[in-house]
Write a protein that binds this ligand. Structure first.
Ligand code: ATP
Ligand code: MG
Length: 434
């Protein structure tokens, strides 16, 4: 990768940036580092987001001071990480991450840096200069350094021009950079959706071919990335792009296979609807839980397997439990979904057959179940896509609006018979009685 000699420096004013948008804690850290004779800049996502007029979610600082030198300057500092030590500077609950410039991984001594035989970077822990630190980042727009004292932005990599053209460009040879760290594939999608930028063609072309490399990424890291990808206001666009680049298949192979085999659009439409619901909940400041979204993504494989094995179990619930065990076990080998998430996912699935039972005390007790609301929302999604009779969905919507005494009446077996047409045989078979 060729290093430019001189960076281009822009004033904040010519970039339309105002210094009062900067996080005061991050600026105070750079002030102290600079006074102590070091270089220190705001870097990465915060500069990129400020240039778009967005409110950065965090401010990172990059410096030539080494971790112990940083620690000596700040009482509120903790060093974290064993391989590459980072300084966390605490201001109450607010943390600013301060990282020492990193250099390229190739030219330094063998003990500090390793590439896997397939080009994946296993260790990335050598200190470097500002310029080297810029080139080892991913996209040019993520490699801009803001000097809060001089009120300038330093650009070694053409990031400002790319930012102005709304372009995401991996630095260096994209194939090499994607092999080094295939998570960059997911970052490309996330930033494309979040920023509304386009991928530069040389960056985009190898993506589909590189997608299978995600299989080698540690499952815990993928879980973190998945949350960032899907729990945001651009979830629908992200989902579409993941499919477009073959990344969805690498992340959720069981679901991808089911979607391929599906003879209707309904399973895909159900997931798309869940993405849209996530977006609107986030926009309306309602909470979103990863388990609900993951339960919808993995539902089709669970549903199919349940159907396949139904005859070997005594109830639908048992069949769902068995299918869930299978599907979850396969999925967590790819993405480390923690148990605190898989447990409610399974509950939401296993509660589905109970919506077919509309009488008796058990039915009333179901309304009190801690997971009723989520299971109900999930059932509504299924009803929207033709998996459950809409009348059943309406019945459950209605009963929630009633007083307990009226609910009791509505679920009394004889009341039920009087008010409704007798159910067809196949339908009553669906009633689960575990
Ligand atoms: P956001 O915080 O909005 O998700 P970000 O760009 O700040 O976006 P972080 O994960 O916080 O993303 O990373 C901070 C910076 O570190 C990035 O802007 C980029 O310069 C660099 N970086 C992060 N991950 C990688 C990676 N996989 N490869 C190369 N550089 C990376
Ligand atoms: Mg960030």
């Amino acid at each position: 990768m060729s290093l430019q000699k001189e960076p281009t420096t822009y004033s904040l004013r010519e970039l339309g940036l105002s210094a009062d948008k900067l996080d005061r804690h991050a600026v105070s850290i750079t002030d102290r580092l600079v006074k102590a004779g070091f270089q220190a800049y705001l870097v990465g996502g915060c500069v990129r987001d400020l240039l778009l007029g967005l409110h950065p979610k965090d401010f990172d600082v990059s410096t030539n001071a080494e971790p112990e030198q940083i620690q000596a300057l700040f009482r509120n500092c903790r060093l974290i990480g064993r391989r590459f030590r980072l300084a966390h500077i605490h201001f109450g609950r607010h943390i600013i991450e301060v990282a020492t410039f990193r250099g390229p991984h190739v030219k330094h001594d063998k003990n500090n840096s390793h590439a896997h035989k397939d080009g994946r970077l296993l260790r990335d822990n050598v200190y470097g200069t500002l310029e080297e630190d810029a080139w080892r980042r991913d996209f040019t727009v993520n490699a801009l350094y803001l000097d809060a004292q001089k009120k300038t932005v330093i650009d070694y990599v053409g990031g400002i021009e790319d930012h102005q053209n709304k372009t995401l460009r991996l630095m260096g040879d994209p194939v090499t950079r994607l092999k080094e760290d295939p998570v960059r594939l997911l970052r490309a999608v996330r930033f494309r959706a979040k920023l509304g930028f386009e991928l530069e063609s040389q960056t985009e072309t190898p993506m589909v071919e590189m997608a299978p490399l995600l299989k080698d990424i540690p499952s815990a890291r993928l879980y973190d990335e998945i949350l960032k990808l899907l729990l945001n206001t651009k979830a629908s666009a992200v989902f579409e792009m993941l499919r477009q680049y073959g990344l969805f298949e690498a992340l959720f192979p069981q679901t991808a296979l089911c979607l391929k085999k599906a003879d209707s659009n309904a399973p895909l439409a159900l997931i798309e609807q869940a993405m849209k619901n996530t977006e609107s909940r986030l926009i309306n400041n309602q909470g979103v839980t990863p388990y609900f979204l993951l339960a919808t993504i993995l539902w089709e494989p669970v549903r199919r397997l349940t159907e396949q094995n139904r005859h070997t179990f005594n109830s639908d619930t048992q069949a769902i439990h068995a299918a869930a065990n299978d599907v979850v076990a396969h999925q967590i080998s790819r993405i480390a979904i923690p148990r605190r998430i898989t447990t409610p996912m399974r509950e939401v699935w296993a509660l589905q057959p109970r919506f077919h039972k509309q009488m008796g005390v058990r039915c009333l007790r179901f309304l009190e179940h801690p997971r009723f609301r989520a299971a109900y929302d999930f059932m509504l999604l299924r009803a929207q896509h033709g998996e459950i009779d809409k009348k059943i969905a309406d019945w459950w919507t209605h009963i929630q609006t009633l007083e307990p005494s009226e609910q009791k009446l509505m679920t009394r077996p004889n009341q039920f018979k009087n008010k409704r047409k007798p159910r067809k045989k196949e339908q009553s078979n669906k009633t689960d009685s575990d």
